[in-house]
Design a binder for this molecule. Structure first.
Ligand SMILES: Nc1nc2c(ncn2[C@@H]2O[C@H](COP(=O)(O)OP(=O)(O)OP(=O)(O)O)[C@@H](O)[C@H]2O)c(=O)[nH]1
Ligand SMILES: [K+]
Ligand SMILES: [Mg+2]
Length: 445
């Protein structure tokens, strides 16, 4: 068990050779250690260039920049120091050894942020956002994380909390003064509408959470269609690389082939699948088709691709491709007019000549943005938030039916809803989720 008063350090700039390596220290000895190595006092929040020496034998470790931050005005809320040195493996090893010899210990994943949380520098939703920001691969993900880090979700949770406290006051008055005649009416007039309105708001946010979560994880798109439709060709074109084998042999692709794309700032996982056909004795191909259908069933979007000359090919997609999905006729270089298929919006492309591909890409990008919504709006981004909000909705739905007759029960349910919502910011004891959240951080944050 490690104590919170330990002085911790980490190579925050990440492992490996680089121009500059950034070490951070946090804890009661952070500044003392930095100043000992630098051989001089470092005023707080200033940067000083210094030769860093091993205090035991005065040997030079490296030269670099030293910063200090006196707590609580620091990221973690504790005394902190930062050492920027040359980013070679030898310097990193040498400095790490000296820091350990001086009594600092290597930080665990997320330990700086966990200390910041404990010291009230950021709440739990903001700590999660910091992890998301570090993991962000695309612009939209980054925007969502930055907003949440800036307090967008926390502000919302606090606003809901304030509304519930206001709704609680008349209920508590009814409990404290049960004999006052006009109190039940006051409650009906003052508490019930606030609670009912908040339930509606929370329901909107719970529904919208899917978009925020999708943006964090990435939108999943599955390519489906008969053999030789050009699915692997389409995957390769979208990925800009030869990720999948293309050939004129039907049944070329058997395994699921997944690539990561950035469509309009949204991360996308695009999956190529085995061609679907009715008749085959090949067990491997059958297994491939089963995997294709399974993955398609759980994807956010399906793109059905068929050879535009093949009317049956499109017909066989009708049970897997829904009205929100894409239907694409390929090989437009080989046909003049398309078979007419239902009301489905259809794209016509040629992966050979490139005709129609830009339109398809534009439409896909638009759809992916729809599926992930407004990254700059406050919203729920994790299942943890959704559970909290759903718990609050349940409690408030009970409360709203009891406000008049049983104010005690209603008040208890409102308090329960507040406790549920408090989990979002970590205002209430959430010890069991802390370990999980912070351990997903990288070392040095
Ligand atoms: N003329 C023409 N040929 C194409 C076009 N797109 C793909 N092809 C060819 O069609 C054949 C099949 O392409 P693939 O991408 O392997 O098709 P697939 O749907 O992945 O096939 P399976 O993996 O076997 O299901 C290859 O020979 C491609 O070069 C196109 O737009 N026009
Ligand atoms: K093929
Ligand atoms: Mg293929």
């Amino acid at each position: 068990m490690t104590s919170n008063t330990d002085t911790i350090f980490a190579l925050s700039s990440g492992a490996g050779r680089a121009g500059v390596a950034v070490f951070r220290l946090s804890g009661s000895r952070a500044i003392v250690i930095a100043e000992t190595l630098a051989g001089k006092a470092i005023p707080t929040r200033q940067v000083v260039f210094a030769k860093l020496r091993d205090p035991d034998d005065r040997r030079e470790i490296d030269s670099g920049l030293v910063f200090t931050f006196e707590g609580p005005a620091s990221f973690s809320g504790e005394d902190m120091a930062e050492l920027q040195v040359h980013g070679s493996l030898a310097v990193i090893d040498d400095l790490s050894d000296v820091l350990i010899a001086q009594g600092a210990r290597p930080a665990e994943p997320g330990e700086f942020t966990r200390r910041a949380f404990s010291n009230g520098k950021l709440d739990l939703a903001q700590a999660e956002a910091l992890a998301d920001l570090i993991d962000a691969e695309t612009i939209q993900q980054k925007q969502q994380a930055l907003g949440q880090l800036g307090g967008r979700l926390s502000g919302l949770a606090e606003q809901w909390r304030a509304q519930l406290l206001a709704a609680l006051a008349p209920l508590e008055a009814a409990i404290d003064f049960p004999d006052e005649e006009d109190i039940p009416e006051q409650i009906e007039a003052r508490s019930a509408p606030v609670i009912a309105a908040l339930i509606e708001t929370l329901e909107v946010f719970a529904r919208g959470a899917e978009q925020g979560r999708r943006l964090r994880h990435g939108v999943s798109i599955v390519l489906l269609g008969p053999p030789n439709a050009g699915k692997s060709s389409l995957l390769n074109w979208l990925a800009g690389s030869e990720a999948a084998i293309v050939s004129d042999t039907p049944g070329t692709t058997r395994d699921l082939i997944e690539v990561r794309l950035d469509l309009g700032g949204v991360p996308v996982s695009l999956v190529d699948t085995a061609g679907l056909r009715e008749l085959t004795d090949d067990e491997i191909e059958q297994e491939g088709m089963r995997r294709a259908r399974d993955r398609a069933a759980t994807a956010d979007l399906r793109v059905g691709l068929f050879d535009g000359r093949d009317g049956d090919g499109s017909a066989m997609l009708s049970d897997t491709i829904g009205s929100d999905d894409f239907l694409v006729a390929n090989k437009a270089d080989l046909f003049d007019s398309l078979p007419k298929i239902g009301e489905q919006q259809m794209f016509s492309i040629s992966l050979k000549t490139g005709a129609g591909t830009d339109l398809l890409l534009e439409a896909l990008t638009r759809r992916v943005r729809e599926l992930t919504g407004q990254a700059d709006e406050p919203r729920l981004t994790r299942l943890r938030h959704v559970h909290a909000v759903n718990g609050a909705i349940d409690a408030l739905s009970r409360a709203v039916t009891q406000t008049g007759e049983m104010p005690e029960l209603a008040a208890e349910d409102v308090r329960m809803a507040i406790r549920q919502l408090d989990q979002i910011t970590g205002r209430i004891d959430v010890e069991e989720v802390l370990g999980e959240i912070f351990s997903s951080f990288c070392i040095g944050k």
